[in-house]
Each structure stands twice: as structure tokens, then as C-alpha cells.
Design a protein around this ligand. Structure first.
Ligand code: CA2
Length: 147
């Protein structure tokens, strides 16, 4: 089983700026931890971060051939991107949406997600641990689909 971890815009800055909101762990650390966890569970994990919407859309399209599931923190595209929503709908790849911060405790514009109603699960406000919870939830979802 091959899964993907997609991180959207500005998440490459994790651990370098705004530690009070996003913590001090870098994206590289998160990718390494998740790859280890995935391998423990017998699945492979591809990781990608992009600040460009079309790169994420293209990546999801290409995933139709070999991805069983996606864990995605869409960053600010959460609140703006019909294109990423349509890519996920169009490919029908199961996905879990994760947010490090509790978006519902922040500005009103962060309360709406273009992805949440079509996600198989959502993890919000659990800090970077949420990536691990999200990966475990995704593996569980994909295994249940296969049965
Ligand atoms: O809480 C999350 O994970 C978010 O997806 C993070 C996005 C934000 O736009 C969403 O509303 C919630 C922002 C990611 C920016 O990441 C940074 C990390 C360190 C320093 C600056 C930005």
C-alpha cells in the first residue's frame, strides 16, 4: 500500500517561524517520523510539500495510478481551493485532512474548509502529533475499504 503526505503553502517554514502557533518541529522531522511510522505499519509513504496549488492538483491527479490514500495539510488552500477539492473528488482517493492548530479557535475565515465535508477524517488542533493520528486513521480507513 502506498500513501502520500501532502503539505501545502508555508508549511516548509515549520519550526522556523511562529513556534507559539505551530511548534518548533521542522517539516523534515515530521516527514521522517511519519515515514518511520508508515514503515512500521507495513506501508510506504511519499512526502511532498508545495507552495503552488497546481503542483498539488497535478500530484493528486498522478496519484490515481498508485496511491491508496492521502494525508493532507492543505495550509491556507484549505480555505480557498475549489481546485484541490475537485482533484480529490475527481480521483476519489480517500484522504484525511489535518491541521496543526485549532482553526476553529482562530479567525473566522479559517472556520470554513473546502475539503472537510468530503474527507474520510479530520484532525484539528492536536499539534504536530495530529500527523501521526491522521496517518493511523488513514491506514485504518484504507484497510476497511479493501475488505
Ligand atoms: O493549522 C494548520 O495546520 C493550518 O493548516 C496551517 C496554515 C493555515 O493557513 C491554516 O489555516 C491552518 C498555515 C501554515 C503556515 O505554516 C507556517 C509555519 C511556520 C511559520 C509560518 C507559517
Amino acid at each position: 500500500m502506498k500513501l502520500a503526505l501532502i503539505n501545502g503553502p508555508n508549511l516548509n517554514l515549520l519550526g522556523m517561524r511562529e513556534p507559539e502557533t505551530y511548534g518548533s518541529t521542522t517539516l523534515g522531522d515530521i516527514e521522517q517520523t511519519l515515514t518511520g511510522l508508515a514503515n512500521e505499519k507495513g506501508v510506504s509513504l511519499e512526502t511532498i510539500q508545495s507552495n503552488a496549488e497546481h503542483v498539488i492538483v497535478d500530484y493528486i491527479h498522478n496519484g490515481i495510478t498508485d496511491l491508496s490514500g492521502i494525508l493532507i495539510n492543505p495550509g491556507a488552500f484549505t480555505h480557498t481551493s475549489v481546485a484541490i477539492r475537485d482533484a480529490l473528488l475527481g480521483t476519489n482517493i480517500p484522504f484525511v485532512e489535518i491541521h496543526i492548530s485549532n482553526v476553529y479557535a482562530r479567525e473566522t475565515f479559517r472556520h470554513h474548509s473546502y475539503l472537510s465535508d468530503i474527507a474520510s477524517g479530520i484532525i484539528v488542533g492536536c499539534g504536530i502529533k495530529g500527523y501521526e493520528y491522521g496517518l493511523l486513521a488513514l491506514i485504518n480507513t484504507v484497510n476497511n475499504i479493501k475488505k
